[in-house]
Ligand binder design. Structure first.
Ligand code: BES
Ligand code: ZN
Length: 453
């Protein structure tokens, strides 16, 4: 039996296994879910062993790293390292889910559940590809290593040190990451640029306790209002970021790249389908995919202050908090962005309140070489396995460990995403289209064979 025939015969079983994995609420940022995160790691390890790999957990000060390998091809044969993450994002707003986030449900050819697309379904496709080949052929065409971590969604806090401490263990000819998206089912994409990240928390405080808003409204500068005023000062009316020096180190898009990306532009229509927003917004002078792929931006991820329960409470809150992140591009340094943000916020904070900007985590942007030979293998794999040639694309999201892989292991990275633009990662009703799961497995099978050539 050929690997692809094997996997066709076992599709339903693979789907059931993915459902089991998605059922584990491995939310890395929530301490309450610590046991679930570990359960997911153990589950992935057991799946690697069932596929025929040797696998173990590596403990970190945070969540464990699952490592698996199959290295029985003669010395000198290429090695492929596959990276993914078993941790997921929180599920709120929970009331907007049509089915429970951790009770995966199939509707209209999609599997709904938190983590289905980001990233459980995607890395699992590679594991099932290895499984299928091993079952069908008894051996893999190349040596394979898996690194599946549990902290990607919180900035890969401990994986960087792990990579630096385990260079020999992780030595490889290519790193494959499936944690991105195609342009559409029939237009797969190889992402060659990911944005970096500088995640901060801004706290504004004023009075030393919450006050009656009748007694003190109009005489105390309300921290909630001051926070809004400060946030309003972070952008210019033309949508650009108002922090001095913010764009200093940005590497410009050249005309050739601009026109290549422009062959399949991100249209206003697709934007509305994916977001439901009434109209697009952002930095003037750049197309939508240029704004997210090639320009740095600043986002408010959350606001906390005062009374947020149902009904009314009159109160003048003592504090207000915003979660602010900057998405960065080459060659911006996240540490420098934090410094200029601190200076700017201090500068625009009025004397009536205090401000404190704290750094939560950073990650560098990544840029991969579109002309490396492994890209040819990836292109051929999409053609054979997915059934269509991929386009090269710049992604607005971040995968902070990619630049460490490049730097420490000195290996080329291929970002071959199996998700779709409307998968809804991080939001309610996240889904993974089953067709993407099947095509992802076929693409991975093909890639491992391409790499043997
Ligand atoms: N899979 C995403 C990255 C991504 C997002 C790819 C959107 C394609 C489209 C990844 O799991 C992720 O969400 N990363 C975080 C990293 C951050 C916490 C440093 C992100 O981009 O917010
Ligand atoms: Zn994510």
């Amino acid at each position: 039996m050929k690997p692809r025939e094997y996997f066709s015969a076992y599709q339903q079983q693979y789907l059931n296994e993915l459902i089991e994995l998605v059922s584990i609420p491995s939310i890395s940022t929530m301490p309450d879910h610590l046991p679930d995160v570990r359960r997911a790691a153990e589950w992935v390890k057991a799946q690697m062993q069932a596929a025929g790999l040797t696998a173990r957990l590596y403990e970190t000060e945070g969540h464990p790293i699952v490592y698996g390998e199959w290295l029985e091809v003669a010395a000198g044969a290429p090695t492929v390292l596959i990276y993914g993450h078993y941790d997921v994002q929180p599920v709120d707003p929970i009331s907007e889910w049509q089915s429970e986030p951790f009770t995966p449900a199939v509707r209209d050819g999609n599997l709904y559940g938190r983590g289905t697309s980001d990233d459980k379904g995607q890395f699992f496709a590679h594991l099932k590809a290895a499984h299928s080949i091993l079952q069908a052929d008894g051996r893999l065409p190349v040596n394979v290593k898996f690194v599946i971590e549990g902290e990607e969604e919180i900035g890969s806090t401990h994986l960087g040190a792990f990579i630096r401490d385990h260079r020999a263990l992780l030595a490889t000819d290519v790193v494959v990451v499936s944690d991105t998206q195609s342009r559409s089912l029939d237009l797969p994409a190889i992402v060659y640029s990911l944005r970096g990240m500088c995640y901060m928390e801004l706290e504004i405080s004023g009075p030393d306790h919450d006050l009656h808003s009748g007694s003190f409204g109009g005489v105390v500068h309300n921290p909630a209002q001051a926070l809004c005023e400060i946030i309003a000062g972070l952008h210019n009316p033309d949508g650009s970021v108002a922090v001095p020096g913010f764009y200093d180190d940005v590497r410009a898009l050249d005309d050739a790249e601009r026109s290549e990306l422009g062959r399949f532009p991100y249209t206003e229509e697709a934007f509305r389908h994916d977001t439901g927003a009434p109209a697009s917004w952002g930095e003037q002078g750049y197309l939508l995919h240029e704004r997210t792929g090639a320009r740095p931006t600043l986002e408010v991820n959350g606001l906390i202050s005062g009374w947020t329960g149902t009904g009314a409470k009159t109160v003048l809150p003592a504090r207000a908090l915003a979660k602010i992140s900057c998405r960065l591009v080459a060659d911006q340094d996240p540490a420098r962005i934090y410094e200029i943000m601190k200076a700017h916020i201090a500068h625009i904070t009025p004397p009536t309140v205090h401000s404190d900007l704290r750094l939560l985590h950073t990650g560098r942007s990544a840029f991969t070489d579109r002309r490396s030979p492994v890209m040819q293998a990836a292109i051929a794999a999409f053609e054979e396995g997915w059934g269509a040639a991929p386009v090269f694309w710049r992604e607005g999201g971040s995968i902070p460990i990619v630049s460490d892989f490049q730097e420490v292991l000195g290996a080329p990275v291929v970002l071959m995403g199996f998700g779709l633009p409307d998968d809804g990662p991080h939001g309610p009703n996240e889904k993974f289209t089953l067709e993407c799961f099947w095509r992802g497995i076929a693409t991975s099978i093909s890639f491992l064979h391409q790499m043997a050539r």
